[in-house]
Design a protein around this ligand. Structure first.
Ligand SMILES: Cc1cc2nc3c(=O)[nH]c(=O)nc-3n(C[C@H](O)[C@H](O)[C@H](O)COP(=O)(O)OP(=O)(O)OC[C@H]3O[C@@H](n4cnc5c(N)ncnc54)[C@H](O)[C@@H]3O)c2cc1C
Length: 459
């Protein structure tokens, strides 16, 4: 590894223990120390590093901020960790053509602030936006609360500059609003979890900010009634900007963590937003009030921008807040067709009662994406085994309802052993063939996504 100094200046890599141990983990809790960490300053550094790794048979692990929940950025042994924290420039904001060009290490929240000041916004808003990077968002096809109305990362990526594992540089996509020349390699790279190519520049679509936003909180006596409200709102033809759900365990955890003052004598909360022109959203809000009332939902409106922001801060701390309830949580981000949300929630409730393992539910209910958090303790063997057994049952429930086992967190290491519950042999063979074409030596983020590599998956 010392020969890295032949290709990069001393300040752009390290093999020192105190540096490399800081890059051995992500939010999945899995930890494997890499052999070296490299901080590229530009695309040329990435090309040099890829050629070096290719020639010397080292694995390359791209990393944004390490907020991924499925182990995507966790190193393998004999790997070089490629951290994009120094490639964090917003290269160009082109408001005439409604797009921006960024380097992969730009933090999502920093881009949001920059655009907000100019009267624009970039819709994908993962709850981790204060730290996660656009590169990580592209590699995971991240979503967020606003995905319900505005779609996910994939819907905003126009062009990518990327480096193949052998160091070949290429660009995909177009900078025009339309383009159908050849296969859509941009969409293929989005969500490829850093297994096909290293992304070095990203052109994203942006939108003008809506004229107005209404935010409201509705409290329900049962989770099922909240689920029915979600299905009814969508079936009535309204597409709110966000439609988030929190169960009682989740709202209590948030109250303890942040003292938000959520009512605790209710079983579920919905955090709903509508945006657009003032008159139109007033009408939408009226319809939403009526539907909430029909299902016994009690409503409170955020009266100011400050109280609106406060509610969203509370929403974004759910994940750390839940860790205060139990030391280990297994977070699954299942999705079902919207009309099946009530069935999914009652199915999860039954699984929890039967196993005696609490499952905290929250998430993007409006697009059918529920984060089911199995609350356990990895040091209590018996309890942890019972909790782990629930994963397969939750996936079976989800797939039987016509859903998918991951809406936004990807497969990474933690879901690799379950991928064939959803994908048949034809799909898996095609996908493995694509991986081989991009990465014949299997050096780019090896061990991620595919089931034959599941030996590394232990959580
Ligand atoms: C509290 C919390 C809340 C979250 N909320 C959401 C949410 O609402 N919606 C959501 O979708 N996700 C959410 N996540 C998951 C996570 O934040 C996202 O998956 C995010 O996109 C990861 O970004 P990152 O920069 O941290 O990437 P990392 O975790 O560092 O990496 C993720 C994957 O991207 C690859 N990668 C990173 N950079 C590159 C690159 N330049 N080229 C190629 N591959 C690359 C890595 O190899 C890895 O496979 C949440 C996580 C936490 C901890």
């Amino acid at each position: 590894m010392k020969s890295l100094r032949k290709i990069l200046p001393e300040d752009r890599f390290s093999i020192e223990t105190e540096d490399i141990i800081c890059y051995g983990y992500d939010a999945s809790g899995i930890d494997v120390t890499p052999q070296a960490v490299v901080w590229p300053h530009d695309t040329t550094d990435v090309i040099k590093l890829a050629r070096f790794a290719h020639e010397n048979d080292y694995a390359i692990i791209p990393r944004g901020a390490g907020t991924g929940l499925t182990g995507g950025a966790v190193p393998t042994e004999n790997s070089i960790l490629l951290s994009f924290e120094k490639m964090n420039a917003i290269v160009d904001v082109d408001t005439e053509n409604l797009n921006v060009m960024v380097e992969p290490g730009v933090v999502n929240g920093d881009l949001q602030k920059e655009l907000d000041a100019k009267g624009y916004f970039y819709p994908p808003d993962p709850a981790s936006l204060a730290t996660c990077t656009i590169g990580g968002n592209v590699a995971e096809n991240a979503g967020g609360p606003r995905a319900l109305k505005y779609g996910v990362t994939r819907d905003y990526v126009m062009q990518l500059e990327a480096v193949l594992p052998d160091g070949t540089l290429f660009t995909t996509g177009v900078q025009t609003s339309k383009g159908v020349v050849g296969y859509d390699l941009t969409r293929l790279l989005v969500g490829s979890e850093g297994t096909l190519a290293i992304i070095t520049k990203i052109r994203l679509k942006v939108l003008p900010k809506p004229e107005s936003i209404i935010t409201l909180l509705s409290a329900f006596p049962s989770l099922e009634l909240a689920g029915k409200t979600v299905s009814r709102i969508i079936a009535s033809g309204i597409i709110p900007r966000t439609l988030e759900i929190m169960d009682n365990m989740t709202l209590q955890a948030v109250n303890r963590y942040k003292n938000v003052g959520f009512p605790e004598d209710v079983e579920a909360l919905l955090l709903i937003e509508a945006d657009g022109n003032r008159r139109a959203i007033a009408q939408e809000a009226e319809k939403i009030f009526t539907i909430c009332n029909e299902f016994q939902g009690k409503i409170k409106i955020a009266e100011s921008e400050q109280s609106r922001e406060y509610l969203w801060e509370a929403r974004r701390v759910i994940s750390p807040a839940l860790y205060r309830l139990s030391p280990t949580k297994i977070n699954e981000d299942i999705v079902v067709p919207i009309s099946k949300v009530p069935e999914l929630l009652s199915g999860l409730n039954k699984l929890s009662s039967r196993s005696g393992i609490p499952i905290a539910c929250f998430g993007h209910a409006g697009d059918g994406n529920i984060h089911a958090n199995i609350m356990t303790d990895r040091h209590n063997k018996e309890n942890y085994q019972r909790a782990s057994n629930l994963i397969k049952e939750i996936f079976e429930l989800t797939l039987n309802l016509g859903g998918t086992i991951s809406g936004e967190h990807g497969v990474g290491l933690t879901k690799a052993r379950y991928i064939d519950m959803e994908l048949d042999m034809t799909n898996l063979t095609l996908m493995r063939g694509i991986k081989k074409l991009f990465d014949p030596k299997n050096i780019l983020n090896p061990g991620k996504i595919f089931p034959e590599d599941k030996k590394t998956v232990q959580r």
